[in-house]
Design a protein around this ligand. Structure first.
Ligand code: KIV
Ligand code: NA
Length: 265
């Protein structure tokens, strides 16, 4: 199999082939997503929500992200594996950012990193890129800043914030980022960014005019059932299926239908 590289993602934008990206946090899931041809697996800090049950992404640690990343890398043969640097591991100063970045790359074997923010984290991005580590930007709704925003509603609806987003996107490209994620912003603005940039722009809740799309896989598969934003399309109801299967298992154990003599040694 031909491996997905930053170079290939760039070529996909140039020829107008859309990039498919999903989150993954463990090896079993990574095997399935990679086997189905997902181009980019994101070890998202949404693991804090989906895996650990936290309300926000803030509590997840660098060590925990590395554990998830190692697991995903082991299950991946073709996809590009990108890892979120977690809250607090890169915003403060660029040498700490580099240290965090190097740890993830060295200890997990992932192929690149994603960092939230624009001009504010310019020095950190520059230093990580200088070490030869591919960086993906993330603008718009950046969940690590949830306590600044106050809500998870659409970002950059006002002119000033939209202008800053356009400038940040341009900056990320100039610094050398290989792609940018835009989360939950107006489709018109997102389209403008995708047209303005030569690097791939990957959207979540950013409309159809993107170079690629990303979603949280547990949402896509219907494993998380409470979360129903407009931008989410559910491709399966695995939560229901799993509930049925486990209900049957419990019932079979109770009724002694499982196991049979043939299922023993
Ligand atoms: O952590 C995450 O899941 C993400 C994507 C939704 C972009 O950052
Ligand atoms: Na994230």
């Amino acid at each position: 199999v031909k491996l997905v590289t930053t170079h290939q993602l760039q070529a996909m934008k140039q020829r107008g082939e859309k990039i498919s990206m999903l989150t993954a946090y463990d090896c079993s899931m990574a095997r399935i997503l990679d086997g189905a041809g997902t181009d980019v697996l994101l070890v998202g800090d949404s693991a804090a929500n989906v895996m650990a049950g936290h309300e926000t992404t803030l509590p997840i640690t660098l060590d925990q992200m590395i554990y998830h990343a190692q697991s995903v890398v082991r299950g991946t043969r073709r996809a590009f594996v990108a890892v979120d640097l977690p809250f607090g591991s890169y915003q403060g100063n660029s040498s700490e950012a580099l240290r965090s970045a190097v740890r993830v790359m060295k200890e997990s074997g992932a192929h690149g990193l994603k960092l939230e923010g624009g001009a504010e984290i310019k020095d950190s991005i520059t230093r990580i890129l200088a070490a030869g580590i591919p960086v993906m930007g993330h603008l718009g709704l950046t969940p690590q800043s949830i306590y600044k925003f106050g809500t998870y509603t659409v970002r950059a609806k006002e002119a000033a914030e939209a202008q800053k987003l356009l400038e940040d996107a341009q900056l990320l490209q100039e610094l050398g980022c290989f792609a940018v994620v835009l989360e939950k912003i107006p489709a018109v603005l997102a389209r403008q960014v995708a047209e303005q940039l030569t690097i791939p722009v990957i959207g979540i809740g950013a409309g159809p005019h993107m170079d690629g799309q990303v979603l949280v896989v547990h949402d896509v598969l219907g494993i998380t059932q409470e979360f129903k934003p407009r931008f989410l399309r559910r491709y399966a109801e695995l939560g229901d299926l799993m509930h049925q299967a486990v209900t049957q298992y419990v019932s079979d154990v109770k009724s002694r239908a499982f196991p049979t003599e043939a299922e023993g040694y």
